[in-house]
Design a protein around this ligand. Structure first.
Ligand SMILES: [Zn+2]
Ligand SMILES: [Zn+2]
Length: 326
């Protein structure tokens, strides 16, 4: 291994060049950032080793003269090295995993509600699928043996810090034979029935979070959450804006001229009588308090129908009206 080429430098590199190159490459190849790449750990070790030699003037001159540094490996991977602080500075905050119990995945379900159900609130029972650890293998996926990479500890100790073993993902175990019940997955899909109360006034795209009803992939894992994504169906008569409802009511031009009592059926089937004043105009909006959703109101938009055809008798009467006007 050529320490200079590992860091992408040549022999003339200044101590500052070395430091910069190391920080850049160490970040790039940090195994925690490259979980899918099994070579990242090797690469990371090479970079760290190159830096430990080239950043030390004595070791560097020894290396420049003899092409190697005395002793076997310039880094003892089991002890802290003098450049701990340098690395910890910029890995702090994201290279250390949060301890505490692992949480299983959240399950997302879509629940469709009618506008009537939204107006009253509704309790619904429904089924959904989530993952549960296989009880045959206790979530391990089969018979396991201690991981060869970390000898079962799940952690790899570097000169600079300790991290999860790349080979077993921190479990310390590797699969020796696959569980037949779950085909080595360690989990199975479970159907769960749940009853949820959707409060009145709930909105489209609201998400109801039910803690502890999500997936649990391993026995020592805390269950994730169930997220109910609410989708409110369109209504053929009423449209909704916040807690208010609106609808249209067609009236004849005669009713609009003379006034009348309009009969309207509310969202929840209540028969309403609304006063239409004489001389009401097309597009005029009548407000009916507290007939919306929750404390919302109902707005009735008046549409005046002009007949396309009139009977001979109607025509005669209309002509008389015209005569009166002129
Ligand atoms: Zn391991
Ligand atoms: Zn199993």
């Amino acid at each position: 291994m050529n320490y200079y080429s590992v860091l992408g430098l040549d022999k003339s590199a200044s101590p500052d060049d070395i430091k910069k190159a190391y920080r850049k490459l160490a970040l790039q190849h940090h195994p925690d950032q490259n979980k899918d790449n099994p070579h990242s750990e090797t690469k990371f070790k090479e970079i760290s080793e190159a830096y430990s030699v080239l950043s030390d003037p004595t070791k560097r001159s020894q290396y420049d003269q003899f092409g190697r540094v005395g002793g076997q490996s310039p880094i003892n991977w089991n002890t802290n090295s003098p450049f701990d602080d340098l690395v910890n500075d910029f890995f702090r905050g994201f290279s250390y995993k949060q301890r505490g119990p692992q949480v299983g995945g959240n399950v997302e379900v879509r629940i469709s509600l009618t506008l009537e159900e939204v107006a009253t609130g509704v309790t619904k029972e429904f089924k959904f699928h989530r993952l549960t650890f296989c009880t045959d293998c206790n979530g391990r996926g089969g018979e396991t043996t201690p991981c060869r990479g970390c000898h079962g500890s799940g952690r790899i100790r570097h000169a600079i810090f300790e991290m999860n073993c790349n080979y077993c993902g921190g479990s310390g175990a590797q699969l020796a034979s696959h569980c037949s019940a779950c085909r080595g997955q360690g989990t199975r899909e479970e159907e769960r029935t749940i009853t949820i109360n959707f409060p009145h006034g709930i909105r489209d795209k609201d998400v109801l979070r039910v803690p502890g009803e999500g997936s649990q992939n391993k026995p020592d894992m805390v269950r994730g959450h169930l997220h109910c994504h609410v989708s409110v169906q369109n209504h053929k008569v009423f449209s909704r804006e916040g807690d208010n409802l609106s609808c249209k009511k067609t009236v004849s031009y005669v009713d609009a001229c003379l006034g009348t009592t309009l009969k309207i059926v509310s969202l929840l089937g209540e028969k309403l009588e609304i006063e239409l004043k004489p001389g009401s105009q097309h597009g005029q909006v009548l407000r009916v308090p507290n007939k919306g959703i929750s404390d919302g109101d109902l707005f009735v938009k008046i549409e005046i129908a002009i007949p396309k055809h009139v009977t001979a008798k109607e025509k005669k009467l209309l002509e008389q009206i015209r005569g009166l006007k002129s």
